[in-house]
Structures are given as structure tokens and as C-alpha cells.
Design a protein around this ligand. Structure first.
Ligand code: CO
Length: 498
């Protein structure tokens, strides 16, 4: 029986999940020789929140990180996480910007693109997959796993088939909140193995303590690859540790044989790095907590949510808001609770409790209802749709959301030229997503680590007459919003899950 292979996530998801994505390139370099020599299936090294973090906090050019990491670990394929048409941001970008971004990453040597869409809408993945293949790189399609009446094994498998039809050369189950149980992992992998012929990968998080057991079940069902990290950037809200997973597989015919000495040496290195990043780590992320299974809300989001309700004098309504979340999620077509949809559901639940159900809408919740994020997994509640169409004066759209966007690259180049900044594609795509931070980097301004509390860096503004939201980041995993409702300021905090 073929041994199972591991992807190592320590250089991306590991520190994104446990240390606010703050690992610097220089802290990665000493680990590269050992990581490369271990012979992992892939090394996940880029994408997700790392680009934001490089620009906003670390003062690093994210594209140069790819070159440095590829140079230090040239043998193992490097992977990155891409949010489909959103690239690594929260709004949709025009096709030409997505294509340019993918060309740039390919030119720097990125090998595998993990491509996902929060709604599992294939139309939001088309362009990214096509551009990845055109660049001669590997497209890995991701199935976002969540639990709802419409998210059945059969629906996931059909989406897996869609991903292969679009050109994905491997299919991955992306369980960002760590919800998948061993039973479901077994059933889903077994069904996928019957229906698609490309390699199947399981990516989970140990938030609720299920990931290692679910990996074992998936391995029994024939999964090709599971994803692990290295302690202390492992377990808790991150992936299970590599040696822990090998211990669990001891004596199993599919147990891989990664060099334990090298793994021990890597652990020693990362212990030092973890200590250096102490300001960004938290015991709450290291601990296993089954609360997430009750609420299906990412663990970090729950604690933040409690704080934010307290700030607004709504502390005693916490349970009410939590109970409202499934109602909102069902009405919005059972969207998975992953960035950015988790914050949309949380904020709308809060508005429903505060002002009465559907009396006040956040702009993003309206956009979900109007189809601007894509097709929701289940239908949007009919009465809600009528209400939102009436209030907004807009009709719901059914076309691919990116078809509503004009090409973006010419305007980006014009803007860079106006500012006297370089007009190359790398600069343009970074500027498209992070204009303020990219300009600062290019002008050699050092980023400042924000202190705690609300600080408005005001990017990605969304405006609405009744509700305006401006995002501001405390760190790459948490976003704070200030909502202005009827002249009153409300602080909202949400957290990104990898
Ligand atoms: Co992840």
C-alpha cells in the first residue's frame, strides 16, 4: 500500500494560525535545508495572510520572499493559498489583475496554487485555475468544508468533480475551522477516490482536537496527502505536528518515514522562533476547544465576539447573538463560516439582535443576498431577498461576479505612474490589494506595529447610507471594524481563519 505523504505548513499556515503570520523570512531561512531534505509532498510557504503581513507589519517585499525560500529549498514543490477571484484580499478583482498576480508568482518560482472560494462557487475559481495552468504551474482545487443541511458528502464530491473539470490537478478538502470528524473524513475521501482520479489531500486544523484522528480515518480511506506542521507551530488552531502524526501511524502500512533527527532539529529551531514571536502567540490558540463544534464558529472569533459585544454594552446579549448566527447563516444560503463570510454572518446577527431581525443590514450581508459574492450553497431566503431588493433598489445578479468588473491593470499602472512609483506587474498587483502598505514599502517607510485598541488604517472601505464599515487590522488574523450606525460608533472585531 502506498505510503501517505505529508505537506509541511510551518512556513505559512503554522505561523498564520498560531503567531499572527509574523514569521519573518530571516527566521525561515535556517530551516530550509532540513525542510527540503525531508522530502515532503509540498512545502506551503506563501499566500493566505503572509502577503498582507509582509507589507503591513514586516516591511518585506512578499515576492522577494518566494525567491529567497525557493533558493533555500529548491527540490520540494512550494505551495501557496489563493482566495480565487479575491486573490488574498476580501473583495473580487478583475480577471486581468488575478491573471497578472498569478503570472508574477509563477515567475518567482511558486509551484502549486491552492485555490479556493468561500462559497465553493466554481465560477469564482475559473480564472485562477486557467491562469495557473497557462503559467505552467500546478492548480490544486480546494473544497471548503463546512457543516449545513446543503453541504452533503454528495455535494462536496460533485464540487470536487467540478474542480477537476476546471483543470485542477489535485483536489483538497480544506477544513479551515477543524470541523471534519473521522467518520465524515472517511466517507468523503472514499467517495472522492471513487469519482476523481487526481490526488486527494486533506487539510484540517486541530482546533477541536479532531484533525489527527480525521487524518488517520482519511488515510484508511486512501487519501494521498495530509498536511502537518512542526511544534510549536503545530496543534491547537494549526495543523497536527508531523512527529505526532507519525506516532499515530506507527506500525500502519501507510506510515511515512520522514527523518526524525531532522524533524527534531527543525523543532529546536522553531522553538526559538516561537519564543521570538511571543507577542503574537496566545494560549487560547494552543488549546483544544470543542466549543467550535457547538457553534461552528472559529474559536478565535468567539472570544473576540464576546469582547466586542462587551464594548458595546451588549455583553448580556452574547447568547442571543450566538443563537441568531445560525438563523442568519441559513437565510444567507448556508454560507460557510470562513473569511470573509464569517464576519458577515457575525455582524448581521449582532444587528438583528440589536435592532430587530432584518431591520438593519450591513452592506456585505446585502451583497451576499444580491449574489455579489457568487452563488450561495443553498438558496437565499425568499422573503429576505424581496426585502433586500426593495431596500437597496437593486436586483440580485446571477452572472459570475467578476463579469461585473472592468479590467483593472491599465488604471493601476496609471495610478502608479502618477505617484512616481514603478509600474511593473508585481507592484501593480500588490498595489491593487494593499495600496497604502505597498506605497510605504516602495518609499522605504518602516511599518509600525499597531498597539492594542482601535486604530484606523482605513483600507477596503465599504460605504452605505445607514451603515459604513471601515476595516483596520490589529494583526493579520484579526480585523477590527468600526461600524457607524445612525451616528453611533460600534466596534466589531473578526478573525481570519487559515
Ligand atoms: Co488552513
Amino acid at each position: 500500500m502506498k505510503r501517505v505523504e505529508f505537506t509541511n505548513t510551518v512556513l505559512r499556515d503554522g505561523h498564520q494560525s498560531l503567531a499572527a503570520t509574523r514569521m519573518r523570512t530571516e527566521q525561515m531561512l535556517p530551516a530550509l535545508a532540513d525542510l527540503d531534505a525531508l522530502g515532503f509532498y509540498q512545502l506551503e510557504t506563501w499566500g493566505g495572510a503572509t502577503i498582507d503581513s509582509c507589507l503591513r507589519y514586516l516591511g518585506e517585499n512578499p515576492f522577494e520572499r518566494i525567491s529567497a525560500l525557493k533558493k533555500g529549498a529548491p527540490k520540494t514543490p512550494h505551495g501557496m493559498l489563493l482566495r480565487g477571484q479575491n486573490i488574498v484580499q476580501y473583495t473580487s478583482f478583475p480577471d486581468d489583475v488575478v491573471e497578472a498576480f498569478i503570472r508574477c508568482t509563477a515567475n518567482r518560482g511558486m509551484d502549486v496554487l491552492r485555490i479556493f472560494d468561500a462559497l465553493n462557487d466554481p465560477r469564482n475559481l475559473e480564472t485562477s485555475i486557467r491562469a495557473t495552468l497557462a503559467a505552467g504551474k500546478q492548480a490544486r482545487g480546494e473544497i471548503c468544508y463546512t457543516i449545513s443541511p446543503v453541504h452533503t458528502v454528495e455535494a462536496f464530491v460533485q464540487f470536487g468533480e467540478d474542480l477537476v473539470d476546471l483543470g485542477s490537478q489535485s483536489v483538497s478538502i480544506k477544513d479551515m475551522a477543524g470541523l471534519i470528524t473521522p467518520k465524515v473524513a472517511y466517507d468523503l475521501v472514499s467517495a472522492l477516490k471513487k469519482r476523481v482520479s487526481v490526488p486527494i489531500i486533506l487539510h484540517s486544523h486541530d482546533t477541536a482536537g479532531l484533525a489527527a484522528s480525521s487524518y488517520l480515518a482519511a488515510i484508511e480511506a486512501g487519501v494521498d496527502v495530509v498536511e502537518t506542521s512542526i511544534v510549536p507551530f503545530a496543534n491547537g488552531t494549526s495543523q497536527p505536528d508531523t512527529l505526532r502524526m507519525m506516532a499515530l501511524l506507527e506500525g500502519h502500512p501507510r506510515c511515512p518515514d520522514y527523518n526524525r533527527e531532522r524533524l527534531a532539529r527543525l523543532r529546536a529551531h522553531f522553538e526559538t522562533v516561537y519564543a521570538e514571536l511571543k507577542a503574537f502567540t496566545s494560549p487560547a490558540n494552543e488549546r483544544v476547544d470543542v466549543d467550535i463544534l457547538t457553534y461552528q464558529v472559529p474559536g478565535g472569533m468567539l472570544s473576540n465576539f464576546r469582547n466586542q459585544l462587551k464594548e458595546q454594552g451588549m455583553a448580556e446579549r452574547y447568547d442571543e447573538v450566538l443563537k441568531e448566527m445560525p438563523v442568519v447563516r441559513a437565510a444567507l444560503g448556508y454560507i460557510p463560516l470562513v473569511t470573509p463570510t464569517s464576519q458577515i454572518v457575525g455582524t448581521q446577527a449582532m444587528l438583528n439582535v440589536k435592532f430587530g431581525r432584518w431591520k438593519m443590514f450591513s452592506q456585505p450581508a446585502q451583497d451576499v443576498v444580491l449574489g455579489k459574492y457568487g452563488k450561495t450553497p443553498g438558496p437565499v431566503d425568499k422573503e429576505l431577498l424581496v426585502l433586500v431588493e426593495k431596500q437597496s433598489g437593486k436586483k440580485a445578479v446571477t452572472i459570475r461576479p467578476a463579469d461585473l468588473l472592468e479590467p483593472g491593470m491599465p488604471a493601476l499602472r496609471d495610478k502608479l505612474k502618477e505617484k512616481g512609483l514603478p509600474e511593473d506587474d508585481e507592484t501593480a498587483v500588490l498595489f491593487a490589494m494593499f495600496p497604502v502598505e505597498t506605497e510605504k514599502l516602495l518609499r522605504g517607510e518602516k511599518p509600525v506595529e499597531p498597539k492594542s485598541g482601535l486604530q484606523d488604517h482605513g483600507t477596503a472601505g465599504r460605504q452605505d447610507k445607514a451603515v459604513s464599515m471601515r476595516t483596520t487590522s490589529i494583526h493579520a488574523r484579526a480585523k477590527k471594524y468600526v461600524m457607524h450606525i445612525e451616528g453611533q460608533k460600534h466596534n466589531v472585531e473578526v478573525e481570519e481563519v487559515a
